[in-house]
Ligand binder design. Structure first.
Ligand code: ADP
Ligand code: ZN
Ligand code: ZN
Length: 741
């Protein structure tokens, strides 16, 4: 007798183990490792879904107590064994249930109905058709006449085409089929989300520095060396051309490529560019596709019908069988980290998957993550630099405006005098302007508008967050103070939460520049499908003078006519309760500045800030990545933050207010006892203490040794699993988190 080891499809820590089910004879042929099955579960034998993780002959349990499984689901995607291994690795590394990990590596959950195209084929001779046509005409059979004429024109025609473009009726088709005048055939087709189009092949001659990178990587590739490469190249330095050349060579060898981009929104321009080079061998995989489209891309990849998959992080799990190369463009972007459990980092998973299947990894960025740059400096990755833009294109002039001076000069507007003047000049010269607000920092830190002083935790060097009760709090250690009524640094009473949103900026801009045509792009305006492209196209076509937006506008676009970029309040991302806030600010500002003057013309980038001396702003101005890296690494090292140390965030939440605190303390005690070397911070209330009616406590484990931290996590997972205390709480893990809690 054969048995299946099944993991059930319920998201709950306590059910994170295998169950054995007997495989009935009728399913023996169909079932395989990775199949989705329906099983009777628990005392009530409720039917639930599960994944088969293994099949064994015989069982260690009493066969009399093992239930037979009910059904092997035919429309369920079969998980290949490579993905089960990948899920296990993800689960161990980031902490999650196996079930969550399995779902993460299966971006397409359901096989959708195959799509068919049906064709009409003329069966009768032309003479017969001629007679028939005349008869229809005489009898005034309009529908039949039309179909007869259509078939005489095109003896083979797709049904949809005949109906839509020729106005042929379904009844006529049916009648003709019965009369033997035509036959119908059908063929499976794939839904293709990539719009096919005619295009001239566009291929540039690589510059010497681009060529050097390609040849170096390629030489290793041909020698059978598989490696991780980091291309650090300023915006517009031609990284994408380097990727494409490598992709072409890898594909020519019969291998496949996965190309990851940080955001769905960026797929359209990227796909357009790739299509020109690679044509129909590319496809995309992302959540905005219909279920059918997604399922078909998955199938096409599996069947080897495409060689390049483009998409955000989940495209990493494309079922290619012979991957040669995985590329992450803008590898520093936080969106490469999964938002749900398991909070995997796509970069790390890509490197692991590449190892599994013998592929190389290429990472590219103008502002590499500290993790990657550090790894490159350590010799773990191989580093290449592209220091200059291609052609005559130049990096913009950067001006930093001190907003405190504006207040002193009685300018209460959100536009500094200089920015305002430059906007007016650009409007006169018919040049476009991009205004950029980093709303991510909206969470509200407390600062002084007179001197720019930000209230920070004395123990953690992160900004304090205001709570409803009038207290300020540190979310890393729990430090708390009453909110002062005047600035502790200069005594001014202009102290409070800081924040401007895109809407506010739009409103002010309309007042200040009444003749300008203004577009706004943020989460609100682009929630509808296609809205994003529409706004960008409008702007690119010159239907607006000013585009206002969040970081969305700062990424990856190649605007033709933008000569001025303004960062409205660079501080917004600087003072988060998050150890990565300086890095994030540097990245965002560098990226935004990169949008100015991309074609030949020198652009200008104006940064408005209350903190002009902050190194992330100074180094942005000087375009000094190296300087930023060194300064930031010194800070990370001092506090044991990544990449020098590792931090595991543990979130405990519950519907019942008293539970998370108690549970978190228990966990803290358990860790302290078992792993005295691990540094423990917290537990404290999360920044958003109550979310969706759940109360949330957070604590952090810190260690220089990643393996030790994983061990600590595994220990806690087990502890939670076997204790009764955790009934009404959810514990989730975030290794080296991208955001503060
Ligand atoms: P990045 O990806 O680093 O931002 P891109 O690859 O998009 O840079 O290149 C920026 C611009 O320069 C693009 O318009 C691209 O077509 C052009 N370009 C890149 N490399 C070359 C080259 N070797 N010859 C001519 N144009 C190039
Ligand atoms: Zn603190
Ligand atoms: Zn002050």
């Amino acid at each position: 007798m054969s048995y299946a080891r099944v993991i059930v499809n319920i998201s709950h820590e306590n059910l994170d183990k295998f169950y054995e089910y007997e495989i009935p004879k009728e399913w023996e042929e169909t079932i395989q490792v990775g199949s989705q099955v329906l099983i009777p579960f628990g005392a009530g034998n409720k039917l639930i879904k599960g994944f088969v993780l293994g099949i064994t002959e015989g069982s260690q349990f009493d066969p009399a107590k093992i239930k037979p499984l009910k059904e092997v689901l035919q429309d369920g995607m079969v998980l290949e064994s490579q993905f089960i291994q990948l899920a296990a690795w993800i689960r161990n590394r980031y902490g999650a249930t196996m079930n969550d990990a399995l779902r993460a590596v299966l971006p397409v959950k359901r096989k959708m109905k195959e799509k068919e195209v049906r064709y009409l084929h003329l069966q009768a001779s032309m003479e017969r058709m001629e007679r028939f046509r005349a008869e229809c005409e005489r009898k005034k059979y309009k529908a039949r006449l039309l179909l007869a004429e259509t078939l005489m024109d095109c003896p083979e025609i797709e049904i949809g085409d005949a109906i839509k473009n020729y106005g042929v009726s379904r009844e006529a088709i049916k009648a003709f089929e019965q009369m033997g005048i035509l036959s119908i055939s059908s063929e499976r087709t794939y839904r293709n989300p990539v719009e096919t189009r005619v295009c001239e092949e566009r291929k540039v001659t690589l510059t010497e520095s681009q060529e050097n990178i390609v040849e170096d990587i390629w030489k290793e590739y041909e020698d059978g060396v598989r490696n991780t490469y980091l291309i650090h190249g300023v915006t517009g330095s031609g990284k994408t051309e380097v990727y494409m050349e490598l992709m072409e060579r890898v594909v020519r060898e019969g291998k496949q490529v996965i190309f990851l981009i940080p955001e769905i929104a960026l797929t359209v321009p990227m796909v357009e560019r790739f299509y020109q080079r690679f044509g129909d061998s590319i496809s995309v995989l992302h959540s905005k596709l219909s279920d059918g489209e997604r399922s078909d891309q998955y199938e096409r990849a599996k069947n080897g019908e495409i060689s390049i998959m483009i998409g955000p992080r989940s495209a990493l799990f494309t079922p290619f069988s012979n991957i040669g190369l995985i590329i992450l463009d803008e590898e520093h972007e936080p969106s490469f980290v999964n938002e749900n459990q398991p909070k995997y980092h796509a970069r790390e998973v890509a490197i692991y998957r590449a190892e599994m299947c013998g592929a190389s990894v290429v990472l590219g960025s103008a502002t590499p993550s500290l993790e990657s740059y550090y790894a490159a400096k350590q010799g773990i990755y191989k580093l290449y630099e592209l220091k200059e833009r291609v052609g005559d294109s130049q990096l913009p002039n950067v001006t930093v405006i001190d907003l405190r001076e504006e207040l002193k000069a009685r300018n209460r507007s959100i536009f500094s005098r200089y920015l305002s003047q430059r906007i007016n000049e650009c409007l006169e010269q018919k040049k476009q302007i991009l205004l950029f607000i980093n709303r991510r920092g909206y969470a509200g830190f407390i600062s002084c508008r007179a001197c720019g002083h930000v209230l920070k935790c004395p123990h953690c060097d992160v900004s304090l967050t205001e709570h409803n009760n009038g207290k300020l709090m540190c979310h890393y250690c729990g430090y708390e103070v009453v909110k002062p009524s005047v600035c502790p640094s200069c005594g001014s009473k202009y102290i409070g939460s800081f924040g401007v949103g895109t809407q506010k900026v739009e409103e002010m801009a309309r007042k200040e520049f009444p003749n300008a045509r203004i577009l706004r792009m943020d989460g609100d305006t682009v929630s509808k499908k296609g809205e994003y492209e529409k706004i960008l196209n409008q702007f690119n076509a010159g239907f607006a003078d000013i585009l206002i937006g969040t970081q969305m506008v700062a990424k990856g676009h190649d605007f033709e006519n933008v000569s001025l970029v303004g960062a409205m309040a660079a501080d917004l991302s600087l003072h988060m309760n998050d150890f990565r806030s300086a890095e994030r600010t540097f990245q965002l500002l560098s990226q935004a500045g990169g949008r100015a003057g991309r074609r030949k013309k020198q652009g200008e980038f104006i940064i408005q800030t209350y903190d002009p001396k902050h190194y992330s702003i100074v180094m942005t101005k000087d375009a000094d990545y190296q300087g930023f890296y060194e300064k930031e690494m010194a800070y990370r090292g001092l506090l044991n933050y990544p990449p020098l140390g590792h931090v595991l965030a543990i979130m405990v939440s519950s519907k019942y207010q008293e539970r998370p605190d108690r549970t978190a303390r228990l966990l803290a005690l358990a860790v302290k006892d078992k792993f005295p070397q691990i540094q423990l911070i917290g537990p404290v209330n999360a920044t958003i203490y109550k979310l969706n009616d759940r109360y949330r406590k957070v604590m952090y484990l810190k260690s220089a040794d990643l393996e030790q931290l994983i061990e600590g996590k595994n220990f806690l997972e087990e502890y939670i699993h076997f204790s009764e205390q955790f009934k009404y709480v959810t514990v989730s893990f975030d290794m080296d988190p991208m955001n503060g809690y």
